[in-house]
Design a protein around this ligand. Sequence first.
Ligand code: CDP
Length: 216
Amino acid sequence: MNSIIVAVDGPVASGKGTLGRRLAERFGFAYLDTGGLYRAVALRMLRGKHALDDVGILVAQAKALEPSDLADPALRDEKTGEAASIVAPVPELRAALLEYQREFASAPPYDAPGAVLDGRDIGTVVCPNASVKLFVTASAEARAQRRFAELTAKGEDVELATVLEDLAKRDARDSGRASSPLVPAQDAHLLDTTKMDIEAAFQAAEAIVAASMKSS
Ligand code: CDP
């Protein structure tokens, strides 16, 4: 039986991670946070003090990734996210990470009947044939507010204005790049969560996925 693939794409702090994780739990699917792969490569580059534009080292680090890299708490740091968005446009790095993502989607771990992948290019490039595609957005202000709350809850000393500025920079980088830019797939369901709390957003996403599963 073919795996059911749910693609969840969207910009920084749109809520796609939380939604992806909860959808996976709800439907008994495996979950892959593909941003974590880019973050893990970026973290290896930062720790090794490598130049972020060294393509050879980027590809080598991607190939050397291990499960423990994906569990590193430093992955979620702002500077790791920033570095991830700097290395993510490199086509050779994207190519090096593609096979793992496709394999995860088509043959999910633990024989799960499906997989939820969240990222920027899941519905457009990684899994263009996904069973259902969600594109999750929210206004820049709402997203900055959420990221700010997340960071202060972790004890980080940040200013809301700085978070908003950093987010705008990353949005511009992710949307403006030539390889796999952040754009909704033509057949994606748009979900604007600006005025929704996470529960309302989850219910809306769940309804979209359930309806697509029924009709396929
Ligand atoms: O959680 P947040 O929205 O801050 O970011 P993330 O999903 O962890 O992704 C970090 C960075 O990795 C993004 O800014 C993108 O530049 C890059 N990324 C990508 O290029 N393609 C993906 N499929 C996922 C992430």
